[in-house]
Design a protein around this ligand. Structure first.
Ligand code: T4K
Length: 406
C-alpha cells in the first residue's frame, strides 16, 4: 500500500478528518478478496474450457464438495451458487414452516432466507461474549408456531451447540447453522460443519476462502444431502425426472475452479490473518474503552474478522465518529451488522416489538477493521495507530467533530 505520510499518525491534528492528508492513498477495504495461486487458477480454467463442461455438477464442483467435506468434518457437501440460496434450500429440505428463531445480529441474508419462503424469523438476543445466540433467550422465544432454530457462527465463533441441541430436541425443533463465516474453524476440537442437521458456508468474494460467489451445504445425513442436491437443481434426480420443488442454486465450474484454488491457499490466508490479528491486538492493547473480540485459544479459527467494540462512555468518541475518522483516512472499516436485521425491512415494519438489549448495544458499538492478504504489517500498524490516537483523545476529537455520534 502507498502511504500519504511517512510515519503512522501520532498527533490529533494529523487526522484527515481534521484537515490532515489521508493516511492511505488507496482505499483499504474490509473483505478484500484473498487471491490464491493465479497460475493454478488459469490452468483450471483452461481445463474446464477444454472439457466444455461449465456447470451442472461438473467435476470441479464435485471435487470442491469432497475437499470441503474434509475441512468441515462432514460426510456430504453440496456446492451452491451462494450461501443465501444454500440456506433457502436447507430450510426447505428440513421442512421448516411457521416461525424460526434466529439472531438479529447477523447479515440480513440469514433472516431473508426464511422470510423469502414465508417463514417468520423470530429475532432472539445473543451472548455478549461470543455474539452468538443466547440459549436462555432462545428457550423463551419458542412459541406454538416455532419449527426450528438457526444459529449463526458469527465471525467464525461457534454457537453454544450443546445447549441449542438440547433445547431443539426437547421441543421437537430442527436445528441448523448459518456457518457463512466459519470455514476452517473448530468447536470442541471438531471442525464446525457437523453440528445440527445442516451447516451452510459462504464462499463469497469477501470470505476467507472464496469462489467469487458460492456456498456449501454441509451435513452428515445422506438422505437430506440427496434431497438438497436435487433441490438446488430444479428438483431433478435424473434426466426428465423431477421429484420435488426446486430452484437453480448450482455452482458453476468457473466458481468451483476459483474455490478450489482459493481453498489451496487457506493455510497461508489463515497465517496472514492470524499475524494481523495478533498485531492489532498488541498495537491496541490498553486503549481504554476498546475491546477486540477474542478467538478461543484451544480452537482453530480463520481469524478472518477483526471485530472491535467501542464503549463511547469510556472513550468519549462514538463508534460512528471513529468510523468517520477512519473513512477520512481511506480506511473503509464497516459497522457489521448495524442496525440489526430487526431494524431492516421488511422486519422493521412488520409490527413486532423485539427485546434485544445485547444486540442493540453491539449494533451501536461494533466496528470491523480491515485485514487479510491485501494488507501488510505496515498497513495494520497505521490503522491501529489511527484508532489508538482517535480513542485516546476521544473527548477532544468528538468535540472537534461537533459531538453527537456522527
Ligand atoms: N450469512 C452470513 C452470516 C453472512 O455474513 C452472509 C454474507 C450470508 C449469510 C450470505 O452469504 P452469500 O449469499 O453472500 O454467499 C458482504 C458480502 O456481500 C456478504 O457475502 C457477506 N455475508 C457480508 C458480511 O459482507 P456487503 O453488503 O458488506 O458487501 P460489499 O459489496 O459492501 O463488500 C464488502 C467489502 O468488500 C467492501 O469494502 C468492498 C470489498 N469488496 C467486495 C467485493 C464483492 C472487494 O474488495 N472486492 C469484491 O469483489 O456484504
Amino acid at each position: 500500500m502507498t502511504y500519504a505520510t511517512e510515519a503512522p499518525k501520532a498527533r490529533l491534528a494529523d487526522l484527515a478528518v481534521l484537515g490532515g492528508p489521508p493516511a492511505f492513498t488507496e482505499a483499504l477495504h474490509v473483505g478484500r478478496p484473498n487471491v490464491g495461486d493465479r497460475a493454478r487458477l488459469h490452468a483450471r480454467i483452461d481445463e474446464l474450457l477444454d472439457r466444455r463442461w461449465l456447470t451442472n455438477d461438473g467435476p470441479l464442483a464435485l471435487e470442491l464438495e469432497e475437499r470441503i467435506a474434509v475441512v468441515a468434518g462432514v460426510r456430504h457437501c453440496v456446492a451452491t451458487a451462494n450461501a443465501t440460496v444454500a440456506l433457502e434450500v436447507a430450510i426447505r429440505a428440513l421442512g421448516l414452516t411457521g416461525e424460526v428463531i434466529v439472531p438479529a445480529f447477523t447479515f440480513v441474508a440469514t433472516a431473508h432466507a426464511l422470510a423469502w419462503q414465508g417463514i417468520e424469523p423470530v429475532f432472539c438476543d445473543i451472548d455478549p461474549r461470543t455474539h452468538t445466540l443466547d440459549p436462555a433467550a432462545v428457550e423463551r422465544a419458542i412459541g406454538p408456531r416455532t419449527t426450528g432454530i438457526m444459529g449463526v457462527h458469527l465471525w467464525g465463533r461457534a454457537c453454544a451447540t450443546g445447549a441449542l441441541s438440547e433445547i431443539a430436541e426437547s421441543h421437537g425443533l430442527r436445528l441448523l447453522f448459518d456457518a457463512a463465516h466459519a470455514l476452517g474453524c473448530s468447536h470442541m476440537g471438531r471442525p464446525i460443519g457437523g453440528f445440527g442437521a445442516v451447516s451452510v458456508f459462504s464462499l463469497h468474494a469477501t470470505k476467507f476462502v472464496n469462489s467469487g460467489e458460492g456456498g456449501i451445504i454441509a451435513t452428515d445425513d445422506g438422505e437430506l444431502a440427496a434431497a438438497m442436491r436435487s433441490m438446488k437443481n430444479f428438483g431433478f434426480v435424473d434426466y426428465d425426472d423431477v421429484r420435488r420443488l426446486g430452484t437453480n442454486g448450482k455452482m458453476s465450474e468457473l466458481a468451483a475452479a476459483t474455490g478450489l484454488t482459493s481453498l489451496e491457499g487457506a493455510g497461508q490466508f489463515i497465517a496472514v490473518n492470524r499475524r494481523h490479528h495478533d498485531r492489532y491486538r498488541t498495537a491496541l492493547d490498553g486503549v481504554p474503552g476498546l475491546t477486540l473480540l477474542d478467538h478461543e485459544p484451544a480452537e482453530r479459527s480463520n481469524f478472518h474478522y477483526v471485530v472491535a467494540e467501542i464503549d463511547a462512555g469510556v472513550t468519549g468518541l462514538h463508534r460512528d465518529q471513529l468510523l468517520r475518522t477512519l473513512h477520512a483516512e481511506n480506511v473503509l472499516a464497516r459497522r457489521y451488522f448495524y442496525p440489526g436485521c430487526h431494524r431492516m425491512e421488511p422486519y422493521r415494519s412488520a409490527g413486532r416489538r423485539w427485546d434485544l438489549p445485547v444486540t442493540e448495544r453491539l449494533a451501536d458499538r461494533v466496528l470491523v477493521l480491515p485485514t487479510g492478504t491485501s494488507l501488510d504489517a505496515g498497513d495494520v500498524d497505521r490503522v491501529a495507530a489511527i484508532v489508538r490516537l482517535a480513542l485516546t483523545h476521544g473527548r477532544e476529537l468528538s468535540a472537534s467533530l461537533g459531538g453527537g455520534s456522527r
